[in-house]
Ligand binder design. Structure first.
Ligand SMILES: Nc1ncnc2c1ncn2[C@@H]1O[C@H](COP(=O)(O)OP(=O)(O)OP(=O)(O)O)[C@@H](O)[C@H]1O
Length: 814
């Protein structure tokens, strides 16, 4: 969506700049003496320097050197808020490929204001569909994108939650307003940070965004600029497992920026008939501060860096000339296989090294078939554009891992990333005109590799990847801070278009011309000796090989691998310049041209007729549609109203029922509690009464036995005197054992003689009393008496009875 706020297009000025003498680390070095192209050619980057451009390029002389000037008084923060967007001027007449006349970039400065009423993604952040028109990049949309800018283009990509985060059901901590693709903010209430600012970048890529969209928004312009002669660097930065490799390499189903860029490069060649190209690929890995050549036939081939006046260069780097997409992909795959990846605590396939994939692009003007006007080669025809496109997958910063080896690697990774951060911060300070004495490029190989580009030699696009989870909050904020620093770095990239006799494409062309001349000279003569024939064959083979390396719109075929990027529709330029058969005569071509012109005239008539018909069409149907639309709107309002009213009573009933239910529940819970207390007390009483009953029963049995004994004892005592001594001597009266008993004698155990004495006393006593009274007395004794604890049993019973009555009275209130 176009940002609504556009300001001051008038501030865009064309400012010619002098040619830069700085050379990209990988760039513009062509071997001084390359005789044979080999699929894997090793070039020494110490070849002579590219001569400076004779004149500064300006829009006037056809160069695309329009500069976007930001006033020096502008603060770094304000600079970082200035976003640069390609502006597709309507009604452009130049075709793609007509670079000399049309490459002047057309740009608008847009400034970012906080979007009012912006909606946050909230729940839709994982599921919202993306605009399908953005999936496949179209060539129309490339037009006018090329530009030099002074700012690094920075995009933030938030990856979708991974399996672990999904299991933990964590919410995305970032809000990305749907109507503003430039701002990202920490969601309100995120724990662990008080960060409340709107982070502003060139592009925010939300979790549901696909790689094709990431390419279209964050890499395509840079790839195209590389084809136009600018050095371009695209790199991904972010903590481990945040999606850098996914963004750059991708998968078979979702190819990343590297495969999409390769397709785009070749598609661009196919649609540019007026230039010829030579492409070379290289692939290096920086592992534990050692640089390895991933395209070298020997595994683990180390490379050395050296610093010259012209910049940092790599010695002996393998640069493989490539003829088509499939060849580049094969090279990439073989390099990928050698790349060091390992399982860490966070990523099962974590990149353990920084990797740089680079394509060197040389191109020259070429006469288009059909252009029959003979003309002397101009100075422009001899100019070669030399540029590089570097795509860098940085290893991710990481915490301590459980593996010793991973920790050692992690130390190097973190150290190099720290240096990168420091360098960026110094460069940002420099851009803000602060006093910077030293930029620590030399502190790590990574910054040495990037030195030429970071010091302004290249257009840079950085994709910073962040996790959506609060578990990685600190790392994500650190990534955003790094990205903000990047926005303050100022670049000075220049288009490199030079007359360079050492350019490989120039050397190849010269060799082709030489071989052609030699073969033509031999055409008329006899076959000659066998060795001569063999020599001729070798020359022809070499000629064909060289021809196949010089890529043109005619000999570059689209990939047959079925890659999604190969499905990019042919550009209008391609349709305009279909592949030509150079052997056709000019008469034939003129005839065809005439037929085409007739056909075109007919079509133009048809278009004019249809336009006229359209203009005369009555407008009633439109009025009718508008009326129907109004009716639909009214009905919708009525329906909404009905729905609201219908919903209202049911809500009230529900609230009442809920209230009643809650009240009832509370009452029942109270009753249940009281019942529980009652049951508990009842239990206790039952237990106590059971124990008492048991004790009473024992006492009752004992008392009964004693009563029997006493009766026996009394009977014996009441016997006549003559029978008494016999009876007493024979009777086996047990001594009375009545401890603490009412009717017991003074002592518990009475010996027989004591009993005898007592018997005589009893006889005297009982002779005077009424036996019936005695029995009554015994009855009372049996029922009454003191309990074990000195308590009156009847009283006890009464008390128990009271307890129960008390509980029962409690219960009555239920
Ligand atoms: N945008 C995305 N869409 C879908 N899956 C993603 C996305 N980003 C990352 N992933 C998945 O998350 C996992 C980790 O991603 P990736 O390997 O790209 O991380 P990385 O930043 O390169 O990690 P490291 O620095 O450890 O190499 C992979 O399984 C990848 O497929």
């Amino acid at each position: 969506m176009e940002p609504r706020y556009k300001v001051k297009t008038s501030s865009v000025q064309a400012t010619p700049r002098p040619a830069s003498r700085t050379r990209g680390i990988f760039s513009s070095k062509t071997p001084a003496s390359v005789v044979k192209p080999h699929p894997l050619t090793s070039h020494d980057s110490n070849a002579p320097d590219v001569p400076p451009m004779p004149q500064p390029l300006s829009p006037k002389d056809g160069g695309s050197s329009l500069r976007l000037k930001i006033k020096s008084s502008t603060t770094p923060e304000a600079r970082s808020r200035v976003l640069i967007k390609p502006h597709h001027a309507a009604g452009r007449s130049h075709p793609i490929g007509n670079h000399h006349s049309s490459a002047t970039p057309s740009m608008k400065l847009v400034t970012k204001h906080a979007a009012k009423g912006s909606q946050s993604f909230e729940d839709e952040w994982m599921t919202a569909p993306i605009d399908s028109t953005e999936i496949i990049p179209t060539f129309e949309s490339f037009e006018g994108d090329l530009a030099e800018t002074e700012a690094v283009q920075v995009s933030i990509r938030v990856r979708p939650p991974n399996a672990m985060e999904q299991r933990m059901d964590t919410q995305c901590i970032w809000t990305m307003p749907e109507n503003d693709q430039h701002s990202i903010k920490l969601a309100k209430g995120t724990e662990g940070s008080r960060e409340d600012r709107d982070w502003l970048f060139d592009r925010i890529l939300p979790p549901q965004c696909q790689n094709s969209r990431a390419y279209a928004t964050s890499a395509r312009t840079h790839v195209r600029s590389a084809m136009e002669g600018y050095n371009a660097v695209i790199f991904a930065y972010g903590q481990t497992a945040s999606g850098k490799t996914h963004t750059l390499t991708g998968s078979t189903l979702e190819p990343g920026i590297i495969p999409l860029a390769i397709s785009d490069l070749f598609a661009q060649i196919r649609s540019t008939p007026d230039r010829e190209y030579l492409l070379r690929a290289s692939y290096i890995e920086l592992y534990n501060e050692t640089i390895f050549d991933l395209l070298h036939p020997n595994n683990g081939h180390e490379l050395q860096l050296s610093e010259t006046k012209k910049g940092v260069i790599i010695h002996g780097l393998t640069e493989a000339p490539v003829k088509n997409e499939d060849e580049v992909r094969r090279l990439l795959r073989s390099g990928e296989d050698k790349r060091r990846v390992g399982a860490t605590d966070w990523n099962s396939r974590s990149s353990r090294s920084h990797c740089v994939f680079r394509i060197t692009i040389e191109s020259r003007a070429r006469s288009v078939a059909g252009d029959e006007t003979p003309r002397a080669p101009s100075r422009d025809d001899k100019k070669t554009r030399i540029s590089t496109l570097s795509i860098i997958d940085l290893a991710g910063s990481e915490k301590h891992t459980s593996s010793k080896e991973r920790n050692a690697e992690g130390k190097y990774i973190n150290q190099s990333l720290l240096t990168l951060k420091l360098v960026i911060s110094k460069l940002a300070d420099l851009a803000s005109k602060r006093n910077v004495t030293h930029i620590p490029y030399r502190d790590s190989k990574l910054t040495r590799l990037l030195q030429n580009s970071l010091s302004g030699d290249a257009l840079i696009s950085v994709i910073c990847t962040v996790s959506p989870s609060s578990l990685n909050l600190a790392e994500s904020i650190s990534t955003l801070a790094f990205a903000q620093g990047l926005k303050r770095v100022v670049l000075k990239a220049q288009k490199k278009e030079v007359v360079d006799p050492h350019a490989l494409i120039q050397q190849y062309q010269e060799e082709i011309a030489d071989l052609k001349a030699q073969l033509r000279a031999k055409e008329g003569g006899l076959a000659g000796s066998k060795s001569e024939r063999e020599k001729n064959d070798a020359m022809e083979t070499r000629l064909n090989e060289l021809r196949s390396l010089i890529l043109t719109s005619v000999n570059v075929k689209s990939s047959d691998s079925g890659h999604p990027a190969a499905m990019i529709p042919p550009s209008p330029a391609k349709t305009k310049y279909p592949p030509l058969d150079y052997d056709r005569s000019s008469a034939e071509l003129q005839e065809e041209l005439h037929a085409e012109q007739l056909c075109r005239a007919e079509l133009e008539d048809e278009v004019a007729r249809l336009k006229a018909e359209l203009a005369t069409r009555p407008l009633e149907p439109n009025a009718h549609i508008i009326q129907l639309q109004n009716e639909v709107c009214e009905l919708k309002v009525i329906a909404d109203d009905y729905e609201r009213h219908l919903r209202e009573p049911s809500r009230k009933v529900r609230e009442d029922v809920e209230k009643e239910y809650v009240e009832k529940m509370r009452l029942l819970e109270n009753q249940l509690d009281s019942k529980r207390i009652w049951a508990h007390r009842l239990d206790e009483n039952v237990r106590r009464l059971t124990a008492e009953n048991k004790e009473l029963k024992t006492r009752h049995d004992e008392a009964e036995a004693k009563v029997l004994q006493i009766v026996e004892w009394i009977n014996a005592a009441l016997m006549p005197g003559d029978q008494l001594s016999e009876s007493l001597s024979t009777a086996s009266l047990d001594p009375l054992v009545v401890p603490n008993n009412d009717f017991a004698p003074a002592t518990s155990y009475m010996p027989k003689n004591t009993l005898t004495l007592s018997a005589s006393r009893m006889r005297a006593t009982f002779s005077q009393i009424n036996l019936a009274n005695f029995n009554d007395k015994f009855g009372t004794l049996t029922l009454g008496g003191k309990g074990k604890n000195g308590l009156d049993q009847d009283i006890l019973r009464e008390e128990s009875h009271l307890d129960l009555a008390e509980v029962a009275s409690d219960d009555e209130c239920f």
